[in-house]
Design a protein around this ligand. Structure first.
Ligand SMILES: Nc1ncnc2c1ncn2[C@@H]1O[C@H](COP(=O)(O)OP(=O)(O)OP(=O)(O)O)[C@@H](O)[C@H]1O
Ligand SMILES: O=P(O)(O)OC[C@H]1O[C@H](OP(=O)(O)OP(=O)(O)O)[C@H](O)[C@@H]1O
Ligand SMILES: [Mg+2]
Length: 264
């Protein structure tokens, strides 16, 4: 995303610091778990990490933009039949890499369970007798299934990659504003297509209702009288359905093109 946003990025994963002089940004490649802590110290203006890691860190940092990738839920899991919900966890041991989130959730629910911190591969903790319950990141559920575990209770939280900054940091820093606008541009370019079509002037209102665009579509006259050309941004996921509906309305020469970059 940063590359698409026009920033210079590292060529290999061993590079830990990279200066992008053209854009006046210095990038530090840190462990996801440490990022909120660096940001809260005030040394870094912004960071990109997971919401779950931000919350787990307890760092004085807040999220300012959702990035739409690394989507996951954070959930409890057990062997079938161990517990039907967190209320049954009293007296049990829960293994997790996210001790901060789990300890807070248990305290909020008034559950008296112990938490054991593991660095990763938490799913194995039950088989090896370290815990009766785990709390971990779940995306497809494959890791849990492979370990013979099933989720218990409601998701503790939903997570995705987010941009974070120190809580209460000035919102008007021009470099930060530009960074956020560029990333928002990438998000929009990825999730919208540009749609062009011709339609009869008498169908224009119905056509525009199908393609309202972000602000309002561009409408230009065609050389053939009684016809107009329309141009609007359409969410990519709806593009095929919108094209079908426009065609049914009598629109023709319906084209979609990818958006390479944008600034709303
Ligand atoms: N399978 C997954 N699907 C979606 N997001 C995930 C998945 N696994 C981890 N994440 C998210 O990624 C972030 C953690 O990053 P990552 O897993 O790379 O860190 P790590 O566990 O420290 O590193 P590694 O797994 O390489 O040892 C968290 O925000 C978490 O929610
Ligand atoms: O529901 P799934 O699609 O199976 O994804 C979830 C798994 O992915 C992550 O593991 P990762 O590979 O990062 O290993 P780790 O637990 O050692 O961090 C996470 O910790 C889960 O184990
Ligand atoms: Mg991981």
């Amino acid at each position: 995303m940063l590359h698409e946003a026009g920033y210079k990025q590292r060529k290999e994963s061993k590079e830990l610091v990279l200066v992008d002089p053209d854009n006046e940004v210095e990038f530090f490649y840190l462990r996801p778990r440490d990022i909120a802590i660096y940001v809260s110290s005030g040394k870094l203006d912004i960071g990109i990490t997971g919401r779950d890691l931000l919350l787990d860190s307890g760092a004085n940092a807040e999220e300012i933009l959702e990035l739409g990738f690394a989507r996951s839920t954070f959930r409890y899991a057990t062997r079938p039949g161990t517990a039907s919900g967190p209320a049954d966890f009293h007296g049990m041991t829960i293994a997790t890499s996210y001790e901060g989130i789990v300890a807070k959730h248990l305290a909020d629910q008034g559950i008296d369970a112990s938490v054991v911190h593991l660095d990763g591969a938490v799913e194995t903790a039950i088989q090896l007798g370290v815990a009766q319950v785990i709390a971990d990141v779940v995306e497809t559920g494959t890791s849990l299934r492979n370990a013979g575990l099933e989720v218990v209770g409601e998701p503790i939280l939903t997570s995705e990659a987010v941009v974070v900054r120190r809580t209460g940091a000035p919102a008007d820093d021009p470099g930060v504003q530009r960074f956020l606008r560029r990333l928002q541009g990438v998000l929009v370019a990825r999730s919208y297509v540009m749609m062009d079509y011709d339609c009869r002037a008498e169908h224009l209102e119905q056509a525009v209702a199908l393609t309202p665009g972000l602000e309002s579509p561009t409408v230009s006259p065609l050389h053939n009288e009684g016809w107009v050309a329309v141009r609007a941004m359409v969410p990519s996921k709806d593009a095929q359905r919108v094209m079908d509906d426009l065609y049914a309305l009598g629109a023709r020469a319906i084209l979609t093109t990818e958006i390479h970059a944008c600034r709303l």
